[in-house]
Design a protein around this ligand. Structure first.
Ligand SMILES: *[C@@H]1O[C@H](CO)[C@@H](O)[C@H](O)[C@H]1NC(C)=O
Length: 215
């Protein structure tokens, strides 16, 4: 009986670890040390005695991103690369600016769930569930609305108005990662074979070459 209780306890422990996006910290903080050759899961810690308030500070999230991009949106990340104090804390954020009808194209964060808060404008948000249903969950949301994109699922945001829109995304990883579907599938280095993609997408190879030429 006791053996089974121990076994159950161990299983529950490993379960909670497996469900967490980023591992939990084992100290108050572990400010990312710049230029260390040490390879760990995350970034090595700066000497705690040398840590300053500025290590936990990022300035400028009020500044509008330049939305003159091919898709009309601009993401300003505040992850561990921009804010070293986030190292090991399992959290980060990003500002997303949208030109009128600007799009944050379909993408996924391999390591994070995302909570999006709309600060200005009307934004169509959506994500698609995994196989086999591939159900599209979508909605137009506005100022003050909060929407969640579950970890790993492909999602998008589009400004559905003639004005400017801005949102703040909170993410459950210090380093959520971004895989933009178009870039990964049609813009890889080197290209994925055209015949392969033609078969995968049920189209002529020339259609694939045309799309590849745009990424
Ligand atoms: C925004 O980006 C565009 C395209 O890269 C550039 O031409 C323009 O000068 C930028 N605007 C500002 C205000 O930086």
């Amino acid at each position: 009986m006791r053996f089974y209780m121990v076994l159950l306890g161990l299983m529950l422990m490993s379960c909670s670890l497996a469900l967490a996006s980023d591992p939990s910290p084992l100290q108050d903080f572990c400010v990312a040390a710049p230029n260390t050759p040490v390879m760990v899961n995350g970034l090595a810690c700066k000497d705690a005695k040398l840590v300053q308030a500025d290590d936990f500070l990022f300035r400028g999230i009020h500044l509008m991103g330049n939305t003159s991009t091919d898709v009309g949106s601009k993401v300003t990340p505040v992850s561990v690369a921009e804010l070293p104090g986030l190292n090991t804390l399992g959290i980060s954020l990003a500002r997303v600016d949208f030109a009128p009808w600007g799009l944050n194209p379909p993408h996924t964060h391999p390591r994070a769930t995302e909570i999006l808060t709309v600060l200005e404008g009307n934004i169509q948000v959506g994500f698609v569930t995994s196989n086999p249903e591939n159900r599209l969950i979508t909605k137009v949301i506005g100022k003050g609305d909060v929407f969640v994109f579950p970890i790993g699922l492909i999602h998008f945001q589009r400004n559905v108005g003639n004005g400017y829109a801005v949102a703040l995304a909170s993410l459950s990883s210090q380093n959520p990662g971004v895989i933009t579907i178009g870039n990964a599938v049609f813009g890889s280095n080197p290209d994925v074979d055209g015949d392969l993609l033609a078969k995968a997408f049920h189209v002529d190879k020339n259609v694939i070459y045309e799309i590849q030429s745009k990424f």
